[in-house]
Design a protein around this ligand. Structure first.
Ligand code: R5P
Length: 287
């Protein structure tokens, strides 16, 4: 068994290798001056069961190309089986046409990963679980909820209400609420345009409760911080939030810092750059 990675999340790949008690495979990932990526696999992989750990997070398109080129190199070097471990699957939010002449980029990604030579995919909390069906190779789809739930169980908070920040996340929130023995509430969010969210209603009783918001992705931070403010207005005592994938782009860190959210718990599917490591953010490992 061998583990390789590109530049997207070296820390996570190393943690997985440490957990397994093996050393990381040696792949030299270089970028030429014109932006092209060149990868050299500096050890034999002939007949090996190879895992490539590479979330397709920012810089998204470079991470994707590194993943594809790594898989191609490993296939041409006669690896026996190649598993693409893509903890965060970029473009997962473009999984269907919402209007005429739109691409379905999540499917294009699946085609590219398969064509490059992956035999299997491991992903976490795909924004749309149906993306599993975009692949004709086996897909292991792992949830972040057990890791997040364990953390909140250990905090021993009392009278928790788990809140889904939108209708699409209700299944995840219900699973989380059942695991930690909490009640459930739902925020009715609309998205009038990309990166803009608007809260319409809150369904459920928040009075005097500790609210814990759970989402798959936090990108600009708009969804989770707006929901948190509304939950306080609805009588919540405190608001915690958690998500699997901390994309945290644009204004996210600034608005999270200013928000009413007491603690924001995320996983390390996407690494946090130093400026994103603020006191409020707690990172749990999926390794
Ligand atoms: C949307 O359906 C997702 O589950 C997240 O709620 C969304 O991607 C979060 O985006 P933002 O942080 O930019 O509001």
């Amino acid at each position: 068994l061998k583990i390789f990675c590109g530049n997207a999340n070296r820390e996570l790949a190393q943690e997985i290798a440490d957990y397994l008690g093996i050393s990381m495979g040696v792949a030299n990932v270089k970028t030429f001056m014109d932006g092209e990526i060149n990868i050299g696999i500096d050890e034999s992989v002939r007949g090996a069961d190879v895992f490539v750990v590479q979330p397709t997070c920012a810089p998204t398109n470079d991470s994707i190309m590194e993943l594809l080129i790594l898989i191609d190199a490993l296939r041409r070097a006669s690896a026996y089986r190649i598993t693409a471990v893509v903890p965060y699957y970029g473009y997962a939010r473009q999984e269907r046409k919402t209007k005429a002449r739109e691409p379905i980029t999540a499917k294009l990604m699946a085609n590219l990963i398969t064509t490059a030579g992956a035999d299997r995919l491991v992903a976490m909390d795909l924004h749309a679980p149906a993306i599993q069906g975009f692949f004709d190779i086996p897909v292991d789809h792992l949830p972040g909820v057990p890791i997040l739930a364990e953390y909140f169980m250990e905090k021993k908070l009392e009278d928790i209400c788990v809140v889904s920040p939108d209708i699409g996340g209700v299944g995840r929130a219900r699973n989380f609420a059942e695991r930690i023995g909490a009640s459930l509430a739902i925020v009715d969010k609309r998205r009038p345009e990309p990166n803009v969210s608007k809260i319409m209603h809150v369904i459920g009783d928040l009075q005097g409760k500790i609210a814990v918001l759970i989402d798959d992705i936090t990108d600009t931070g708009g969804t989770i911080t707006q929901a948190a403010a509304v939950l306080m207005e609805k009588g919540a005592k405190e608001v915690y939030a958690c998500c699997t994938h901390p994309v945290l782009s644009g204004p996210a860190i600034g608005i999270l810092e200013k928000s009413v959210i007491k603690e924001f718990v995320v996983t390390n599917t996407i690494p946090l750059t130093p400026e994103k490591k603020i006191d409020k953010i707690k990172v749990l490992s999926v390794a």
